[in-house]
Ligand binder design. Structure first.
Ligand SMILES: C[S@@+](CC[C@H](N)C(=O)[O-])C[C@H]1O[C@@H](n2cnc3c(N)ncnc32)[C@H](O)[C@@H]1O
Length: 260
């Protein structure tokens, strides 16, 4: 375990109930994109990495043979297991695991999914290398993450804002860097979708236990640094003292080549 993993566990243990109720996570359109990418036929053995409170695992479970849902934070897995029970899903197993050291044999899965989590990972190339290792030849890796625009200024801005709000945020990349890292790991990219997550009210997003009113004010002030031309990139809408925004999301379908 290392400092980043400790920060992730501390942060997500504190907020496990928030994630269990989050519409961005339970309903976002990116769940449908992942299912469309994978087009499951009912026989797949699936690994969902950083499952959080389980929504990606739940989207796949009725359409595949079996899902192993892993996460670094036991408190998130507890929420996921309870929600799976409420939904009557019986083909999901839950297991604590780090994305950078997957406790599975090589070539064990037909499909690996990971949604709205890699920006918390200490070592993304290691996560990609582990994903490649556990996939069968010809298997699919389908991922969604919040990404930054292709602009040095906005990459710095978005990562600064995310870290102010959540100290377990590590780094959000622009799509061009994701492409490069995924292809460098040996995958072939077959499809991409660029979208936004669901609009979220700033105060719901920023004002969480552990963030003082002063910190929330600093995060709010950071949004004022955006120019009128930059605001649409984050889908900013203002209404009655509140504002709403959405991060850009990158969805990618990549295949481990079958070289046999
Ligand atoms: C926003 S939640 C994931 C949301 C979920 N995938 C979904 O679709 O609703 C982020 C999760 O990443 C997990 N996480 C962060 N770093 C991790 C790592 N290195 N290995 C495994 N899980 C990690 C956290 O514990 C947290 O549960």
């Amino acid at each position: 375990m290392n400092q980043i993993h400790d920060a992730v566990r501390q942060q997500f243990s504190q907020h496990a109930k928030y994630y269990a109720q989050s519409k961005v996570h339970s309903e976002g359109e990116t769940l449908g994109v992942l299912v469309d990418f994978a087009a499951p036929n009912g026989t797949e053995e699936v690994l969902d990495i950083a499952t959080g409170t389980g929504f990606t695992a739940f989207a796949f479970a009725p359409k595949v043979a079996h899902v192993i849902a892993t996460d670094l934070t036991p408190a998130m897995l507890d929420q996921a297991e309870a929600l799976a029970g409420e939904r009557g899903l019986q083909n999901i197993d839950f297991q604590v695991a780090s994305a950078e050291a997957l406790p599975f044999e090589a070539e064990s899965f037909d499909l690996v999914t990971c949604r709205i989590a890699p920006h918390h990972f200490r070592d993304v190339p290691q996560f990609l290398s582990e994903t490649y290792r556990v996939l069968r030849p010809g298997g699919l890796f389908c991922m969604v993450d919040s990404v930054c625009p292709e602009s040095e200024r906005l990459i710095e801005w978005q990562n600064r804002v995310e870290k102010l709000r959540d100290h377990s945020h590590v780094w959000g990349y622009p799509p061009s860097q994701w492409r490069e890292m995924i292809e460098d790991s040996g995958f072939r990219i077959e499809d991409e979708v660029h979208t936004h997550n669901a609009l979220q009210p700033f105060s719901w997003w920023a004002d969480r236990p552990g963030n003082s009113p002063e910190r929330v004010q600093r995060i709010r002030a950071a949004f004022d640094e955006l120019s009128p031309e930059e605001e649409p990139i984050f889908a900013i809408r203002r209404a009655a003292g509140e504002f709403y925004f959405a991060w850009p999301m990158y969805c990618v379908k990549a295949r481990k080549p079958d070289l046999s």
